[in-house]
Write a new protein. Structure first.
Length: 202
């Protein structure tokens, strides 16, 4: 943006260049006050970090994931017959990837039906229940939705794991710092209002 374009933007908002400069100066003063009056009093201790970690462990668990493959067949006259044929071929030893490439109508067909690593909690409840019960390499029952008929196969599982304190210490420090800042900022505003009120009364 050129200087002239910037001036035009200010004029459109009814602000003169001098008023804009004054706002910038006031913002700089406010920023210095915040740094001096608020941030200077903030300190997150190791004890607070450990306490937060122990009280919020569920926040620091990795999600349970499965490496998922799937075949989708659109609804139609021969859909059920095609599904039964796919199931029989899989039970006869044909790989799921080969079957997906050959029969699946989904966009993942060229990748052998691979959906990648999927978080279980992101799946629809009824589908999550089906996938959760599958063993590695086991073919799912036929799952029907508005898209069509689906067959799933789980190729790998990752259980939910609690992250160690060392892995999340800085994250917790930032959470507690923001909380302290908000609380301290509100107290500072209250003190400022009270001082202004007293000054006016005097």
């Amino acid at each position: 943006m050129s200087p002239e374009e910037f001036r035009s933007l200010l004029r459109a908002q009814g602000i003169t260049m001098e008023e804009y400069r004054q706002q910038v100066r006031e913002n700089l003063v406010l920023a210095r006050l915040l740094a001096q009056e608020v941030r200077s009093e903030l300190e997150v201790s190791e004890q607070e970090i450990v306490a937060y970690y122990n009280q919020h462990k569920d926040e620091f668990r990795t999600p349970e994931r499965v490496k998922l493959y799937h075949i989708v067949i659109g609804k139609g006259g021969s859909s059920r017959a095609k599904l039964n044929h796919i199931i029989k071929e899989y039970q006869a030893g044909v790989s799921f990837i080969e079957l997906a490439r050959k029969y699946s109508e989904g966009e993942e067909a060229s990748r052998g039906g691979e959906l990648g690593w999927v978080e279980l909690e992101r799946l629809k409840p009824e589908l999550r229940q089906i996938i959760s019960q599958l063993k590695i390499g086991e073919l799912s029952p036929v799952y029907e939705d508005e898209v069509g008929y689906h067959l799933f196969m789980v190729a790998g599982r990752e259980k939910s794991v609690l992250l160690a304190l060392e892995q999340v210490r800085e994250q917790i420090r930032q959470i507690l710092y923001r909380k302290q800042f908000e609380e301290q900022y509100l107290r500072w505003l209250e003190r400022l209002k009270a001082k202004t009120y007293i000054d006016i009364r005097l």
